[in-house]
Ligand binder design. Structure first.
Ligand SMILES: NC(=O)c1ccc[n+]([C@@H]2O[C@H](COP(=O)([O-])OP(=O)(O)OC[C@H]3O[C@@H](n4cnc5c(N)ncnc54)[C@H](O)[C@@H]3O)[C@@H](O)[C@H]2O)c1
Length: 229
């Protein structure tokens, strides 16, 4: 019987693939304030800027490659029932071969309607550029398939059910400061083994049951192998 291993990942796991995190740059995302580019109000006030911002992020994601940590988590599928719950909007877990990936905050490679039925249909974007003239079949312009600050997280309940089933939870590369995603670490059953990987793990306040690996995701792989096998 295989154990259920759940990976809760954040921007830090993709840092060594060349995709910048958000908190490490003082609450700015690629020099933009979140309110300027990642809220429904930003889209209302300046959709061209928001579209351009995500087009640049998409180009960055397409040009990046999964790193050794993404690959290691994919390799673990041989030994565990692995489910990735990621806050990342990049697709590096999938490109490393992970089969079960839930994107809590969406996937930048896809677009959705900017109208009221935004969660009805997702379109794979051809290349990196989404134009304001690209429309959904409901007539509204297409926007990036990402969850902006202040929006509901449609997959939160499903993610909660996955975390509840975990025998092992690995939390990697997240500052645990974006809610409601950060609350997921509390959904585990009492017997769940919990591991936290982050270069700042020693400064992060989590329950004492967590084994902390105070390293980058890639550097942590060796220690993780010893802990898991
Ligand atoms: N790659 C992406 O998809 C991406 C990038 C930036 C922001 N975002 C979005 O912004 C939000 C940011 O929240 P968050 O908690 O995911 O990230 P965050 O930026 O708030 O925190 C990043 C965490 O990663 C750690 N870190 C930095 N380098 C690391 C490394 N090499 N290995 C392991 N950990 C490392 C930092 O110490 C920090 O704790 C998310 O909701 C996400 O959707 C996504």
């Amino acid at each position: 019987m295989k154990y259920n291993l759940v990976i809760l990942s954040g921007a830090g796991i993709s840092a060594e693939s060349g995709i910048k995190t958000f908190r490490d740059s003082d609450g700015l995302w690629e020099n933009f304030a979140i309110e300027e580019v990642a809220t429904p109000q930003a889209w209302k006030n300046n959709p061209d800027l928001v579209q351009k911002f995500y087009n640049e992020r998409r180009l960055n994601v397409i040009s990046a490659n999964p790193n050794a940590a993404h690959h290691y988590f994919s390799d673990l599928q041989e030994h565990f029932n692995v489910q990735v719950v990621t806050q990342n909007i990049d697709d590096l877990h999938e490109r490393a071969g992970s089969k079960n990936v839930l994107h809590l905050h969406g996937n930048i490679r896809y677009a959705k309607s900017s109208g009221p039925d935004k969660e009805k249909k997702y379109y794979l974007i051809d290349g990196h550029e989404l134009k304001m003239t690209d429309c959904c079949d409901d007539g509204f312009p297409l926007r990036p398939h990402v969850v902006w600050f202040g929006e509901e997280v449609p997959l939160l309940e499903q993610a909660g059910r996955i975390v509840e089933q975990a025998d092992i939870l690995i939390v990697v590369g997240t500052s645990l400061s974006v809610y409601p995603a950060a609350n997921l670490i509390h959904y585990t059953k009492a017997s769940c083994r919990k591991i936290l990987i982050d270069p700042k793990a020693d400064q992060m306040s989590v329950e004492s049951v967590f084994t902390k690996i105070n390293k980058s995701a890639v550097e942590a792989v060796g220690e993780l192998k010893e802990l898991l096998f």
